[in-house]
Design a protein around this ligand. Sequence first.
Ligand SMILES: [Fe+2]
Ligand SMILES: [Fe+2]
Length: 286
Amino acid sequence: MTTPHKQPQEPLKHIDQWDDFIAGRYREGKDPSEFRNYDENVNPSVAEFYRLNHANQTLAFTLQKEKEFCGLKRGKKSIWAAADYLNTLVDDSDPDTDLSQIEHLLQTAEAIRKDGQPRWFILAGFIHDLGKVLCLYGEPQWAVVGDTFPVGCGYSDQVVFHQYFVLNPDVHVPEYQTLCGIYEPNCGLDKVHLSWGHDEYIYRVARDYLPEPAHYMLRYHSFYSAHRHGAYRHLMSPHDEEMFKWVHKFNPYDLYSKGAEKPSIKELKPFYEDLIAEFFPSEIDW
Ligand SMILES: [Fe+2]
Ligand SMILES: [Fe+2]
């Protein structure tokens, strides 16, 4: 039995509150032009979360976290064990309406499976949020979830709550505030550091085992300003543009697969164990 983990004092009751905010922002059928600057009055805890995220995600912070986590020195674990581990994050809000972490992963993956997508795509759906184990390593919410954005260059006003970027120390570094900042125009996103979070971490963990379209789905699923609003095209290469069609394909499964019915972990586990074994060794580095 693993001990449930409660999060320390943080602005969000639970990191899922961020996911719910995103799903509301991009409600199915909602016109993208309705996207606007959110203000603190609408949802104070979400606003406070973004304030911390935008104020603290500097280029130096991202580089430090890449160094700390991307060497994958935190031990070996199977994919399923990581999902079980992530599931120990306890939601303080209503237990009847909220899904556990595994349930969200299964609903996403099952929606992909129902559409007859390839097996690697289903698997990408199943693992896409496993990077949230960063929370269990003691990382604050603002360094695990939240819309990701490039650091070391000018901020797009398409990033939600972009008004909080004035609090980021990088605004005082002129080199980081030009359109492309430290990057070459159209250099390709692989050369660009995005604010640190669960996307980059799961991409690093899984990249040796899955095909390239899955890399894009994992790595950029929270990069909403780019994949939903077309921002940061000046940093993207033609290859990124091509591969973003997979990010677009993936996103609705993440946002809109929440069904009324909870998936049965017991019934689905054998299918997912087989699928995992098809692509991953029994244990991988985290
Ligand atoms: Fe996510
Ligand atoms: Fe998700």
